[in-house]
Design a protein around this ligand. Structure first.
Ligand code: ZN
Length: 274
């Protein structure tokens, strides 16, 4: 599933083409990606709406339509693109939502397996949605105190805690593994056992890695594509994710892979991380 850097990349790329444009109409190939909104209400609310802004919150792209916010959660195979040419038959096949714009371009949410989600929220529902998510780790306000606050009151494994969207927004399996390796922290360590020094390192490494991944347009392991259809480049920088059984880049020890912490593949070096 695309994480903060991938969704941030998509949002930055589609924003210039979308802000200030008016949506002429909306066509949906399937309803199964809609949550809390019917096809008819979505179409009625979006038709003629002008796009005020395009932003990211956690792992979601947010399109501000004035009275409503369209919240798009791209699944593993989901992507958002703006086309300035007719779609090819293959592109049409996987385009779930198509919204022609007033300048002849077209906003398309494409999702091969349709595991993404689309919500349409009014102001009140949007505020509730946003308030239920943790702080943004790349915001200037996310300092050591903010991380300590996010980790407070839980003995759960640190990896699980930093992936909990209610505690910190935007981090998934790839960047949790990478940040914990960089900070030298065992992913299974209870969050309340981290020392202030651990937390300081984790905060700095999380931010450094997320920023580097945004600068590289995200990580393409399989399906993720940027808002212009290109693969990301951060997969070449990964030190542990996907490298279970391979030598640690720092000490040469064979990296451990386990599903025991959270059901996802956790990769770490038992020598460098404690
Ligand atoms: Zn190592």
């Amino acid at each position: 599933m695309p994480e903060l850097p991938e969704v941030e990349t998509i949002v930055r790329e589609v924003r210039p083409a979308l802000v200030g444009r008016t949506i002429r109409r909306v066509a949906l190939s399937h309803d199964d990606i809609l949550r809390g909104v019917s096809r008819r209400r979505l179409q009625r609310s979006m038709r003629g709406a002008s796009i005020r802004g395009v932003a990211r919150r956690a792992k979601h792209a947010i399109i501000d339509l004035g009275a409503h916010h369209l919240v798009i959660q791209p699944g593993m195979t989901g992507s958002l693109m703006v086309y300035d040419r007719p779609l090819t038959p293959d592109e049409v096949r996987y385009a779930v939502l198509r919204a022609p714009l007033d300048n002849g371009q077209e906003l398309v949410y494409r999702d091969v397996r349709r595991i993404g989600r689309i919500h349409l929220l009014d102001h009140e529902a949007f505020d509730e949605y946003s308030a239920a998510l943790g702080p943004e780790p790349l915001a200037a306000a996310f300092d050591d105190a903010a991380l300590s606050n996010a980790l407070a009151g839980t003995r759960q494994a640190i990896k699980k805690v930093i992936m909990d969207q209610r505690r910190i927004a935007g981090i998934g399996n790839i960047y949790a593994n990478e940040a914990l390796f960089a900070a030298g922290i065992d992913p299974s360590k209870p969050a309340n056992r981290l020392t202030p020094e651990h937390r300081g390192r984790l905060r700095r490494d999380l931010q450094r890695i997320l920023e580097a991944a945004v600068a590289s347009s995200g990580t393409t392991v399989r399906d993720y594509r940027t808002g212009t259809g290109q693969p990301g480049r951060y997969q070449f920088e990964l030190l542990v994710y996907g490298r279970q059984g391979e030598p640690c880049r720092a000490c040469g020890t064979r990296l451990t892979g386990t599903h025991e912490i959270d059901g996802r593949m956790t990769v770490f070096c038992h020598r460098c991380q404690s």
